[in-house]
Design a binder for this molecule. Sequence first.
Ligand code: TRP
Length: 439
Amino acid sequence: MPSPATVTRFLTGITTTGTPHLGNYVGSVRHSVRFSQRPDVQSYYFLADYHALIKCDEPARIQRSTLEIAATWLACGLDPERVTFYRQSDIPEIPELTWFLSCVTGKGVLNRAHAYKAAVDRNSAAGHDPDADVSVGLFMYPALMAADILMFNAHKVPVGRDQVQHIEMARDMGNSFNHLYGEHFTLPEAEIDEAVALLPGLDGRKMSKSYGNTIPLFTPRAQLQKLIGSITTDSRAPGEPKDTEGSALFQIYQAFADAAETDALRKAFAEGIGWGDAKQLLFERIDREIAPLRERYEALMADPAQIERILRAGAEKARALSQPFMGRLRHAVGLRNLADQPAAQGAHKAAKAAARPSFKQYREKDGQFYFKLQDARGAVLLQSRGFASPKDAGRAIAALQQQPAAALESLVSQLEALDNAGLQAAIEALENLAQPSGE
Ligand code: TRP
């Protein structure tokens, strides 16, 4: 087992508005699942269903999508025993933290978020009110996402390039909070798989629900073949060399194939492979990887109650962290038990002062004068030898009070023998004694 210091925490979420597609698989799920299997990685995966409400007001679709995405991740090899796999809306501390972060974040920061800015720009270009149809939820999107990430003190967040700004905002919000209230949050970093972060869709633009150009990850085999057949190509005939540059088909192939397979297709393009044959190669390559996962997916989709149980167990695991952490954050900002007053803290200090060690002087039957240093519980820290007069003993005490370490060194032969640990404890006690009271 690696020590906690060497473990990297990865966290990622998927918004539950759609059906997972090949772009999600290549850009996020596959990468995340691979990471989750590393022994030096601790992973948090969640279904971002609060985020879904920003974009979608169809309850049935939210529910369906949540089920599909959960089944997808499990089918792709996510092990809920090993990772923390949960549903965002099962963690009430997340919206609470969103509020805390909102209160330390300038409105101007959120004004600059890409999604919000794009909406404003569209409205302005159309001559509408800049905020037309913009919900406060959309505006707050980055704060909710920051709460997702900071709640579990994630180090790394695997995301597409379009999400990098959100991770930077999460860092800034965490930093502002830390600055005001103490070091509570780890500052996260985006983790992008450079090779395949963006997959083109059927029309060559980024594969995305919003472009309607996706290939659903677990679409039935025949449908997969049909969709691949509809990928946009140019009009070059079989026998004419094809460009790999700008070819959606080639890029999708590359995302699934290893280097040797990719080289072989590059060669086939140069040699004028027909588009129909190239599409058949792509279909077979994707289906080879997806078919076993599709089988697991279908079994999971047939048992939603099992998925519900898995998610609830995941939420319990997540809340074992988020609940106590939120308690500390509440205390940090001043949402506190009213019985814990600063006055009570003053009393605590007085009690601490009263608990300081003290010197006791006394005369033994042998007629000599002695002293001892006792801690608050009466344990003897130092025991002096006998002095001829109370004045001599008093001088030794004064020297110990003024310059504990130096005095101890010169007096040690006059005191009872102490071992090193005992000497150290005595020095500490004396130094504590030398501090001005009220500290
Ligand atoms: N915004 C992400 C997306 O649309 C989903 C998401 C929500 C997320 N919270 C997150 C991703 C926290 C990573 C970390 O893809």
